[in-house]
Design a binder for this molecule. Structure first.
Ligand code: SAH
Ligand code: DHB
Ligand code: MG
Length: 230
């Protein structure tokens, strides 16, 4: 068996899930319904969803914002971490995706925790900030159009309290992030994200390269310290 090919990555994701992730009918149904409804198969993988859940729980998150709902898979992972009084506002451009997500979130018992709002995230975020207030969120997960990631990071800096997390999916893009020939807007936005995060003194951040059922990609994790160099 090759040690580093996509088939191995998928088998290892299954191994990880088999050992560490409990059977999860609500997540299985969310994926099945998303596929049946014709949504693209680009939700976070099960181990990645579990990581989102654990990161949210480990900071005691109660209030979170997600940019890019798709069929609600990651929203279920995050929403479950927030506790019964928690609140996740998740933003989705496509009405069709949002309606699939709402049904899956309701089936997961999260209708009262997760609110799906439809529109372009950059149009919706001002109202989210008005409602939650500066520093009113514990976590922001950006997983929508990658060209806007520098903007989503900037909104995260306003929304997320010191001690909270800003997470950004798909920051490696099969290595395109360092390929000078990759000049598409999404890759350019990803590079600008790294520049913005690297220049921002109010966060401590890293990015981890990932392989698995989602191919070769990466997750950026920024802890908002709120103080320069903290
Ligand atoms: N977080 C999801 C996957 C999101 S896929 C999960 O892991 O389960 C990206 C989603 O972002 C798609 O549903 C797409 O329609 C949405 N999207 C793309 N551009 C957007 C924008 N500008 N505003 C809001 N949503 C957007
Ligand atoms: C795409 C988007 C994602 O959020 C992801 O995790 C994988 C792929 C995409 O737009 O192709
Ligand atoms: Mg993604």
């Amino acid at each position: 068996m090759a040690s580093s090919d996509p088939a191995t990555w998928e088998a290892v994701d299954a191994f990880i899930g088999g050992h560490l992730l409990p059977p999860d009918p609500a997540l299985d149904a969310a994926l099945a319904d998303a596929e049946a409804a014709g949504l693209p198969a680009i939700a976070v993988s099960p181990p990645q969803g579990a990581l989102l859940h654990l990161l949210a729980r480990s900071i005691g998150a109660r209030t979170a914002v997600e940019v890019g709902t798709l069929g609600g898979y990651s929203a279920i992972c995050l929403g479950r971490a927030l506790g019964p009084g928690g609140r996740l506002v998740t933003l989705e451009r496509e009405e069709h995706h949002a309606s699939v997500a709402r049904a899956s979130l309701a089936r997961a018992g999260l209708a009262a925790v997760v609110e799906v709002r439809v529109g372009r995230a950059l149009d919706l975020l001002p109202a989210v900030l008005d409602e939650l207030g500066e520093g009113g969120a514990d976590l922001l997960f950006a997983d929508a159009d990658k060209r806007s990631n520098p903007d989503y990071f900037a909104w995260g800096l306003r929304l997320v309290r010191p001690g909270g997390l800003i997470l950004v999916d798909n920051v490696v893009r099969g290595g395109a992030v360092i390929d000078p020939a990759a000049t598409d807007a999404d890759t350019a936005g990803t590079r600008r994200l790294f520049e913005a995060v690297g220049a921002e003194s109010r966060v401590r951040a890293t990015a981890i390269q990932t392989v698995g059922t989602k191919g070769y990609d990466g997750l950026l994790v920024a802890l908002v310290t709120g103080t320069a160099g903290g």
